[in-house]
Design a protein around this ligand. Sequence first.
Ligand SMILES: [Zn+2]
Length: 264
Amino acid sequence: MAPFTVEAVTVELLTLGVRPGGVLLVHTSFHAVRPVEGGPLGLIDALGRALGPAGTLVMPTMTDGETLFDPRSTPSDQMGITAELFWRQSGVVRSTHPGASFAAAGPLAERICAPQPLTPPHGQESPPGRVHEFGGQVLLLGVEHSESTMLHVAESIAGVPYSVLHPCLVDVGGAPQRVMIPETDHCCRGFRRMNEWLVLRGLQREGRVGNASAKLSDAREIVGVAVERLTREPLVFLCPPSEGCDECDEARKSVKSPIELGRP
Ligand SMILES: [Zn+2]
């Protein structure tokens, strides 16, 4: 089939509800979107055109943590070709977290990519946390809520009781040093429950962008709904023990009992 033109994809993004001049965090699989004129660069072009010069485009560029992170050269890991080509473009800012970096372009890029604490990687003082603070939108392009880093922001705000230690290679006075940092990590399949919760409340816009199914929501609505659920049921995003999910079982094991917490 003929590739979608950059102009057609731009119109689809605007029709979906992307706000010109806004902040947009995009998680995407180009494989689902293609074919687009110009390939992944054409998609980046369309996202930039939809946002306009006053808008800020943000994508995750997380790394495998196996080598010392250099924001100018370390490739992203499993973030997709679009994000990988995006951070390499001139004028794009990349944040400095050794495992959980993001890239941004536009007027708020420097503020979104400003230095953050090592942990939590996706807390309020992280790039997705700042997208939330600035009232941005989250676009899932051919991927599900299981890929959405905004839900880790919600876990951080809700203060979920699980956290798992992950190794992270940091630069200590010029020497690489492996440190263990706590993360609210699990398999993230439970994040897919967000889909139904948002749809039921009319908080998710859906459509097609290229060949991909697209979902768009306000970061504040996503976090608001997730925090409300987590407050009632703090382990709602973890797989039930009966499913035998190693990652979620490990997260469950990290939860301290009320006695251990000194709260009988
Ligand atoms: Zn799981």
